[in-house]
Design a protein around this ligand. Structure first.
Ligand code: ADP
Length: 334
């Protein structure tokens, strides 16, 4: 398992859970989404009603799950968690929906990966608070409408653009999470170090923040690795030197790129001459699923001005060549 990628094992997940902010005011950054959400929640509480359904979009590790938990906590409601890939059949979703209690929050992670029949069932449930339970089989089958108590769906997706319009329209509020600034990540790190009871020097916090790809999940993971290094090889203090040494061990470079990021750049520049190259071809070249390249590596590479997306495929921008210490073809030949 690569250090800075999602799909963490159970230990990582437990470590992550311990660092999750529990209330909206503890949630660092994302001011716009936080303000909007706090209005939605306060209004719903004032009316004594379940709030509109909420859709959260953005790259992995930016706080979608955390926000879903916070929404439930702020409402004083319980949270049910499932995900698009976990629901194989519409019947699975019908079972979850029909067991919801009044006011509960249903977190649907990776909602863009719901199968079509489940998606259709979800529209109806979200809009009319009704689910049709199918009884019997074949010609004798009939659908019995079951009405549901009011509840709130919090959907999360790494790719809002992939959501069919009818589903997107069922959400009264959509919040888009963006990458965090280095300052915000420093605040996340200081908070986490406090919770871990591990002293973190300011210069080390700044160094880790600048290499965390704008992502709190990565910042927290790197923090734990720096803590390991400080404990095993250092004097226990997370100093700038400890941070640099640890990040070198884990192959996180000065820009925060990890091995997957670098192999994407490397393939783009060295194997495909800077592109354009299609996503699938690129993914095969680095031995990953296209979805991983597209949702995990690419958003950050694009934001950093290293990779460009064109109608004909991905291209390496001048900064990519520079980062690898290569000369871009067009700039050569003098
Ligand atoms: P996502 O669901 O978008 O993949 P998560 O909500 O699981 O991301 O967040 C990953 C980790 O990052 C969490 O464990 C949490 O501790 C931390 N985190 C995310 N957003 C914030 C934030 N705004 N402030 C503090 N910590 C955060």
């Amino acid at each position: 398992v690569s250090l800075v990628r999602p799909g963490a094992d159970d230990l990582e997940r437990a470590a992550e859970a311990a660092l999750r902010p529990r209330r909206l005011e503890e949630f660092v950054g994302q001011r716009v989404v936080r303000d909007q959400l706090s209005l939605v929640l306060e209004a719903a509480l004032g009316r004594g009603r379940a709030p509109d359904h909420v859709l959260l979009s953005g790259p992995p590790g930016l706080g979608k799950t955390t926000l879903a938990m916070i929404i439930a906590a702020e409402l004083g409601a319980s949270l049910r968690v499932t995900s698009g890939p976990a629901i194989q059949h519409a019947g699975d979703l019908a079972a979850v929906l029909s067991s919801l209690e009044e006011g509960e929050v249903l977190f649907l992670d990776e909602i863009h990966r719901l199968a079509r029949p489940a998606e259709e069932l979800l529209y109806v449930a979200m809009e009319d608070f009704r689910v049709d339970v199918v009884v019997g089989k074949g010609a004798g089958a009939s659908a019995i409408p079951l009405s549901l108590p009011p509840f709130t769906v919090v959907g999360a997706t790494t790719r809002a653009g992939l959501l069919p319009a009818p589903l997107r329209d069922r959400f009264g509020f959509t919040g888009h999470l963006d990458f965090y600034s280095d300052d915000e990540l420093e605040r996340v790190l200081v908070r986490s170090a406090g919770l871990l009871g591990a002293p973190l020097e300011a210069a080390a916090a700044a160094e880790i923040a600048s290499r965390s790809r704008g992502t709190p999940r990565i910042a927290n993971r790197l923090l734990r690795r720096v803590r390991d290094w400080a404990q095993v090889r250092g004097d226990g203090r997370m100093s700038l030197d400890a941070a640099r040494a640890a990040l070198e061990v884990y192959e996180v470079d000065a820009r925060g790129l990890d091995r997957l990021d670098r192999s994407v750049l490397d393939a783009l520049c060295r194997r495909f001459g800077g592109g354009p190259v299609g996503l699938t071809t690129l993914a095969v070249a680095v031995g990953e699923e296209p979805e991983t390249v597209e949702t995990v590596a690419e958003p950050f590479l694009v934001r950093e001005g290293l990779v460009g997306r064109t109608p004909r495929g991905r291209v390496a921008l001048p900064a990519a060549w520079e980062h690898l210490g290569l000369v871009p073809p067009s700039a050569g030949g003098t």
